[in-house]
Design a protein around this ligand. Sequence first.
Ligand code: TRP
Ligand code: ZN
Length: 467
Amino acid sequence: MPRSVTVVPVAVLLVFALTACDGGVRGSAGASGVRDPYFPKSGNGGYDVTHYGLTLGYDPGARRLMGKAEVAARAEQDLSAFNLDLKGMDVSSVEVEGKAARFNRSGQELTVRPHDDLDKGARFTTVVRYSGAPETITDPDDSEEGWLRTADGALALGEPTGSMAWFPGNHHPSDKATYDITITVPEGLKAVSNGELRGEVTRRGRSEFDWHVGEPMASYVATVAVGKYETRRSKTADGLPVYVAVDPEQARASAEVLARIPDIVEWAELNFGPYPFSSTGAIVDREDDAGYALETQNRPVFPGAPGTDLLVHELVHQWYGNSVTPKSWRDMWLNEGFATYAEWLWQEDHGGDTAQDVFDALYEDDYFDSREDSDAVWAFPPAKPPSAAHISDSPVYERGAMVLHKIRETVGDDAFYDIVQGWAAAHRHGNADTDDFTAYVEGKAPDEDFSEIWEDWLYGEGKPGES
Ligand code: TRP
Ligand code: ZN
C-alpha cells in the first residue's frame, strides 16, 4: 500500500513542526549509556543522581518485590527525556516533579518523558513505582548477580550490573549518590542493607527496617539481604558502629573471624588513612547463597564464614573501590589490585609471608597450584582487560597487586604509604581512573622513573621481563 506509506511521514513532520514551534528552547534526550568500554548500556547521560530513596517490600514466599524509588538528580543538560536502567520488573507509574510522566521500556532502558522539559542545572525528583519478581542476572563471566534467592530469603549483589534488577537508577560507578533504603519483610525475617540502621518496627505481621547511607555510594555496592539473621551491634575502640548479620547456620564458624573486624579496620586505618564511612560490619549468608564475596558498602557480603584474608580484602575495598571508585569498569584493577595487595600487607604484618615473598612466588609461577592458574596471571595487562568477561580475572587482582609492589620497591616504604594514603584522601568519596593514578604517583615521587612499570606491568602484554 504505497499510498498510505507517504501519509505517515507527513503526519510525523507536522508533529515535529508543531512541537518545535510551541515556544521556548526544547531540551534533548539524555544518552542511554555513559560509553563504558565494557558495559556500554550501563548508566545514562544528561543528569547526575544525588540521592535515592528506596521503599521496598519483599515477600520471599511469593518472591515478590514492591518498590517505590525516589531518584533526586540534577540535570546536566536541557532534557526533554532521560533514561534510567531497570532490568525486568513491571513499572506502574513514573512521576517527575510530582507530575505524571510518560515512559517506555526497551531492554534495560526505562525512558522517561517528563511533562515539562528540565533545564540544565535544575534539581528534579523522579518517582518510579514498580513490582514483580526481580531477576538473577548472569554476568559475562558466568557468575550470578542481581537478586539471588537464598535458603531463607534473598540477597542483592550488584557488581557490575546487578543493581538494575531491584531498583531503577543511573547504574554506573561514575554516578554515586546517598541513599535511604527502607525494606519491609514478613515478621520473623530481617532486612539488612548498607549504612546505618535508623529504625526498626514490627506491626501487623510485617517488620520494617530503615537504613541510611550518608556518604556517596556506587549502586554496584548497594545491597539488601533478607532472611533469618543473628545480628550484633558493637563499636570499635574509636566509636565506629559495627553491625554484623549472620545466618544462624554460620554463626559458630564465623564468630572468631568477625570479632577481628575492629582490629582489621584499625590496622587498615594505620596503612590507608581514616575509615571513609560511618559504620562497618559484615553479612554472612550460607555457602550456597552466593558464588563469591562482595565489598558491599559498609558491610561486605560473604557466602559462608570468610577467612581472615578475605575479610581484610573486602574491608579494604571500603577505601579502594567504595570511597575511591573507578570511573569505568576498565579501572577495576584500582579496586582489586589494592584489595589484594592489602592481603599481602596484612600477612607481612602478622608473621606470614612478606609481600616480596608473594610477589616472587607469583613471578616464578610458583604461587598457584596449577600451571593454568600460574599462566593466567600473565594473560593480559591489569589496566586493559580484553573484554567484560575478564574484568575479574587474575591479572586484575594478582598482577594489579604486583604493580603496587613495584611502586613500593621503587619509592621505598615511607613514600609508598604516603602514596596509598594520599590517593585515598585525594579521591575520597569520588571517582578516579588509571591515568589519575599514574599521574598521582608521578607527582608524589617526581625524581623516580615509573615508565617501565607503567609500560611493562600496567599496560604491557605478556609477562614482564626481568630487569
Ligand atoms: N569484587 C569482588 C571481590 O573481589 C569480586 C567480584 C564479584 C567481582 N563480582 C564481580 C569482580 C564482578 C568484578 C566483577 O571481592
Ligand atoms: Zn575484591
